[in-house]
Unconditional design. Sequence first.
Length: 149
Amino acid sequence: MKTFDDVEFYEEIAGLMPEFLRAIAVKQENVITSGNMTISHIVVVDVLSEKGPCAMGELAKALNYTMSAATAIVDKMVEQRLVTRERDKSDRRVVRVSLISGGKEVEKKIHEFRKRVTEDLFSTLTVKEKSDYLRIAKKVHANITKEDK
């Protein structure tokens, strides 16, 4: 049974989380890309950076978008010279999307930005608080990824 403290905690976190995520997303979009990319573009860069070349279906699933919406995003990224798309050599029906030099440069900017924001966000915490936060964040992450599988 949940205690009053649990209810209060969940309400506080539920209120803070959207603000926290929105603020970081807006900063990320403005600082990294000067407004030339959307969050969806950044997610595509993240996915391709993590997994390497991906089929369009994989990207659509990662974005939780329809195939046509994912294709529209990739079309813009091809125009911006961030990604390339090629037919799979073993199955011509499959289109693979890969980061190219422009996308790899954006990937570096994203990494540096996230590092700076993280340093700024956690600068007021003690070493112990940072350690505790990291432990808790890993536990929450494990719970989130367990549910996704």
